[in-house]
Design a protein around this ligand. Structure first.
Ligand code: SF4
Ligand code: SF4
Length: 79
């Protein structure tokens, strides 16, 4: 099956606005890998425990008309 198309481009402008680094779910493993912008890059392999998600207040989510949460666990936003 073909990969579903990503909605959010992995560009510096989006990565720099991403709120993931300040999120309570963003664990030590994710920090040491400097992981962020999961709505574009997809899920982490760091097995985070869901402790809240800041995506709902993120300007990137707003710009692309997204409304989901926990992209770090569920995977990137698809069309
Ligand atoms: S919507 Fe979530 S994953 Fe995407 S850039 Fe914003 S905080 Fe990061
Ligand atoms: S996708 Fe949501 S839960 Fe995961 S690190 Fe980013 S803001 Fe936090």
């Amino acid at each position: 099956m073909a990969e579903n198309e990503r909605i959010v481009p992995d560009i510096d402008k989006n990565a720099s606005r991403c709120l993931c680094p300040g999120c309570p779910t963003h664990n030590e493993c994710m920090k040491s890998n400097e992981e962020r912008i999961f709505c574009s890059r997809g899920k982490t392999e760091c097995n985070p425990e869901k402790k809240g998600c800041l995506c709902g207040t993120c300007p990137v989510e707003k710009e692309y008309g997204l409304y989901d949460f926990y992209y770090c666990v569920e995977g990137y936003a698809k069309k």
